[in-house]
Design a protein around this ligand. Structure first.
Ligand code: FAD
Ligand code: NAI
Length: 475
């Protein structure tokens, strides 16, 4: 096996494995090193996203949504379910199978594209513009060389100071995806993306969920109108979210976890929970890379410092994904991975940060791209807004899910779409149309004049675009 490579990627998550595949497609002799282990100690490429992130969380969100529909959603369709039961073992087993399918898929793609895979931890030994030596510590230890290195080592869950994760009572995303008995009372600290998604899963399966959030506003980064609507809908489902809290002492004992906090009025409160998920953000992972030894610069928050092209301070060393600035999203990591491989090949790889979509996979889903109304106001941009509720959409009525709306924000003068915000059924799929439109710098009028299939949820998108010009047809 060749030990000298054109490109070595450290980290096999969405940023790393996609970068490796693209580099191989471009004709580079490429290796990817990833240390993630499955329960048998074997390789499990795919990173956080595949193993304890995007994929298993969506598997459990789907299963728990089916369970909730069977519990009370089907009744209005005239479907009566008797003797409904929950086999949590099987549900978790299915989730593990979905994860494994993805791990195996990546190993297959490496073979297909002739990417050499190393299972172990990669760290810099020495190097300069002429090449780098990288130690791989796995079952055996070996050193490989690379002309170019792409670092894609991802991120880890951030713990509260003095409250380490034990994954039994105090859970990061890893433990939150593997609870073996539905807790009666589940506490969640942080009403961000993980808090709302994992809180939804366990609430649907029967837990009483309390989410404690430090900020006074619900989903502060989301368009205010959409966030308010989402907050109302999630509260109606029974997800208790307390905003503006200050977390105090946390004690884990035999019976569970006690969280002392002050509420938004400043009153002292105590929450008693069977389990506690702490989802207060993630920190970049540079453990074991020997960044310091080789002089790889980190920024003040511990991310690998990169320029707009993902170049680090070291010649021919690049970094992508969660370990660098920007949103911690799998698709952002992938786009950066592709762009870097293309830049190494002398091409003009490009990532448009203005059109990266966000999705929160609650029910209904929340999705957006571009600017929020509050951002446009703060920037003094003159804009027009148009909204359309799913209540007035035939397909949503037929589905039995009429919650939420689509909202367009367009430039007041040019009508260029500046942001699209959706809370409602299948928002994750609907947002793609807006992303394409914004990438092509379309106007709201462009979307308003495009024929959309009937009956479809996407008609709500067209109608919201029409509403920008105050001429929605069905509302
Ligand atoms: P990672 O996926 O973290 O991969 C890094 C890999 O590098 C890991 O396998 C790690 O073991 C390996 N590694 C680290 N250091 C070394 C080393 N020195 N040597 C060898 N290997 C090393 N994003 C979305 O877009 N959509 C979602 O629905 C979504 N859901 C999520 C749900 C949860 C619960 C979580 C926690 C995250 C979710 N994310 C989601 C975020 C997404 O998982 C990350 O943005 C994405 O995984 C980042 O990819 P990455 O390649 O940068 O890093
Ligand atoms: P987050 O940044 O989304 O949310 C963290 C929340 O915790 C914030 O609302 C913050 O104000 C709050 N918080 C911080 N410190 C606190 C404290 N001491 N007490 C109470 N609240 C506190 O982070 P989260 O949910 O951990 O997820 C990490 C990242 O993973 C996300 O930002 C996202 O990039 C990615 N992710 C993406 C998903 C998706 O795309 N659907 C799903 C899950 C995660």
């Amino acid at each position: 096996m060749s030990k000298n490579f054109d490109v070595v990627v450290i980290g096999g998550g969405p940023g790393g494995y996609i970068a490796a595949i693209r580099a191989a497609q471009l004709g580079f002799n490429t290796a990817c090193i990833d240390e993630w282990k499955n329960e048998k100690g074997g390789p499990a490429p795919g990173g956080t996203c595949t193993n304890v992130g995007c994929i298993p969380s969506k598997a459990l969100l789907q299963s728990s949504e089916h369970y909730e529909h069977a519990s009370h959603g089907f009744a209005e369709h005239g479907i009566e379910v008797k003797g409904l039961g929950l086999n949590l073992d099987k549900m978790l087993g299915r989730k593990n199978t979905v994860v494994k399918q993805n791990n195996d898929g990546i190993l297959y793609l490496f073979k297909k594209n002739k990417v050499t895979f190393f299972h172990g931890r990669g760290s810099f030994v020495k190097g300069d513009a002429n090449g780098y030596d990288i130690k791989v510590a796995g079952a055996a230890e070996e050193t490989i060389t690379a002309k170019h290195v792409i670092v894609a080592t991802g991120s880890n869950a951030r713990a509260l100071p003095g409250v380490p994760f034990d994954e039994q009572l105090i859970l990061s995303n890893t433990g939150a995806l593997a609870i073996t008995e539905v807790p009666k009372k589940l506490g969640v600290i942080g009403a961000g993306v993980i808090g709302l998604e994992m809180g939804s899963v366990w609430r649907r399966l029967g837990a009483e969920v309390t989410v404690l959030e430090a900020l006074p506003a619900f989903l502060g980064a989301v368009d205010e109108q959409i966030a308010k609507e989402a907050q109302k809908l999630l509260a109606k489902q029974g997800l208790n979210v307390s905003l503006g809290v200050k977390i105090g002492e946390i004690k884990a004992g035999k019976k569970g976890v006690t969280v002392e906090y002050t509420d938004s009025k400043g009153d002292a409160q105590k929450g008693e929970f069977d389990k506690l998920i702490v989802s207060i953000g993630r920190t970049p992972n540079t453990i074991g890379l020997n960044a310091e030894g080789i002089g790889l610069k980190l920024d003040e928050r511990g991310f690998i410092a990169v320029d707009g092209d993902c170049k680090t301070n070291l010649p021919n060393v690049w970094a992508v994904g969660d370990v660098v600035r920007g949103p911690m999203l799998a698709h952002k990591a992938e786009e950066e991975g592709v762009a870097v491989a293309e830049r190494i090949a002398g091409q003009h790889g490009h990532v448009n940060f203005n059109t990266i979509p966000w999705v929160i996979y609650t029910s209904p889903e929340i999705a957006w791209v571009g600017k929020t109304e509050q951002q446009l106001k703060a920037e003094g941009v003159q804009y027009k807004a148009g909204t359309f509720p799913f209540l007035a959409n035939g397909r949503a009525r037929a589905l039995g899910d009429t919650s939420g709306m689509v909202k367009f924000l367009a430039d007041a003068k040019t009508d260029e779409i500046l942001g699209v915000h959706i809370v409602g059924p299948m928002a994750s799929e609907l947002i793609s149309e807006a992303v394409v439109a914004m990438e092509f710098r379309a106007s709201a009028e462009d979307i308003a004049r495009i024929c959309h299939a009937h009956p479809s949820l996407s008609e709500a998108t067209k109608e919201a675009a029409l509403a920008v010009d105050k001429r929605a047809l069905n509302f």
